[in-house]
Write a protein that binds this ligand. Structure first.
Ligand code: TLP
Length: 345
């Protein structure tokens, strides 16, 4: 069986390895103690990301999950309810951290890209029977939906409804860069008016580690305490921030390549008998495919493909996800189509 090292790896855009130039930037980074706020490279990264997102300040964190959990702690109180999708990362993929660490529960939306009317109907009046509904969370791009981009108008209406009802707003923008690239709107436009935003450098942009949470100065001041509480205060973290700065400078401009590869893959996969696209479109770098029972289960297909050196993850019993990124080429996508048509034959 092929090992992950010599396989074509579509499991996630998190699998990319830092290139020589990124490693060089890391080796040469100016550093200081970031828990004291004295690391010049971390400070530069935080300022640059805050500016890109149109927010007053940003805070560097080791992971997107920690950035999300910090934002939730800043924006809610134990006992509150958060409006979010059932398969959003904060609800589904953070090991239960949201109820466990922030002590809040979810009020689920009917779909991941939802409307202001959905927000209004999930909002609970200020009645002592109900938890206070205090936060609306959106994921852009929407991972489990196949990297879908929220339409800007829908985002604006959802945000406006949240404000009208006195709720705060959080955008999980782990792949906001992809949303900006695909929609033609800037990152700042996409998260305009959101109280807090989280972004990742370690996904499509190719850094080995690193995320940020951004918001106004007061929220980021409180975010510092939450990060410390979660054990996320890092010392000479400039080495990691340097990779992030490199990723921002070189990674954003090439995301359209990943998107074109994902579209190519999506079209090729849906032409294979027994496979069909689970989403209406392939907007960015994530392709979610339904596997017909005639082919077997998603896990069986995964195991078969792995024997031929193709890696991806099942996301449900009959569903698989393939993610394009800077370490897979168009040729790798062609090879993936060949392997999967053989596996499904
Ligand atoms: N997503 C990972 C897995 O955890 C599912 C992936 O391979 O896609 N928000 C979103 C929307 C994400 O997709 C992820 C990671 C995170 C947050 C968390 O980032 P990390 O892995 O840095 O904690």
């Amino acid at each position: 069986m092929a090992s992950p090292v010599d396989s074509i790896d579509f499991r996630s855009d998190t699998v990319t390895k830092p290139c020589a130039a990124m490693r060089q930037a890391m080796a040469e980074a100016e550093v200081g103690d970031d828990v004291y706020g004295e690391d010049p490279t971390v400070n530069r990264l935080q300022e640059q990301v805050a500016e890109l997102l149109g927010k007053e300040a940003a805070l560097f964190t080791p992971s997107g999950s920690m950035a999300d959990q910090i934002a939730i702690q800043v924006l809610t109180r134990p006992g509150d309810a958060i409006i979010s999708a059932p398969d959003s990362h904060i609800a589904f993929h953070e090991a239960g951290a949201t109820p466990m660490l922030a002590g809040v529960q979810f009020s689920y939306m009917p779909s991941a890209i939802y409307s202001e009317d959905d927000v209004a109907s999930a909002y609970r009046e200020n009645d002592h029977h109900f938890p206070p509904t205090t936060l609306v969370e959106v994921e852009n791009t929407y991972n489990m939906g196949g990297g879908l981009v929220w339409p800007l108008e829908t985002l604006r209406r959802v945000r406006a409804k949240a404000s009208e009802l006195g709720m705060k707003t959080l955008m999980d923008g782990a792949r906001l860069w992809n949303a900006a690239c695909a929609s033609g709107h800037s990152e700042a436009e996409l998260c305009q008016g959101f109280d807090m935003v989280t972004v990742c450098l370690s996904k499509g942009l190719g850094a080995p580690v690193g995320s940020l949470v951004a918001g106004d100065k007061d929220s980021i001041h409180r975010a510092h305490r939450a990060r410390k509480m979660l054990g996320g205060g890092m010392r000479q973290a400039g080495i990691l921030a340097a990779a992030g700065l490199y990723a921002l400078e070189h990674g954003r401009s090439r995301l359209s390549e990943d998107h074109a590869n994902a579209k190519f893959l999506g079209a090729g996969l849906s032409a294979i008998s027994g496979l069909s696209l689970a989403s209406d479109s392939v907007d960015t770098n994530i392709v979610i495919i339904d596997v017909d029972a005639s082919v077997g289960t998603a896990a069986q297909l995964q195991a078969k493909a792995q024997e031929s050196g193709l890696l991806f993850f099942p996301t449900e019993a009959q569903r698989i996800r393939l993610v394009t990124h800077l370490d897979v080429s168009r040729g790798d996508c062609e090879r993936a189509l060949d392997i999967l048509s053989t596996c499904c034959a």
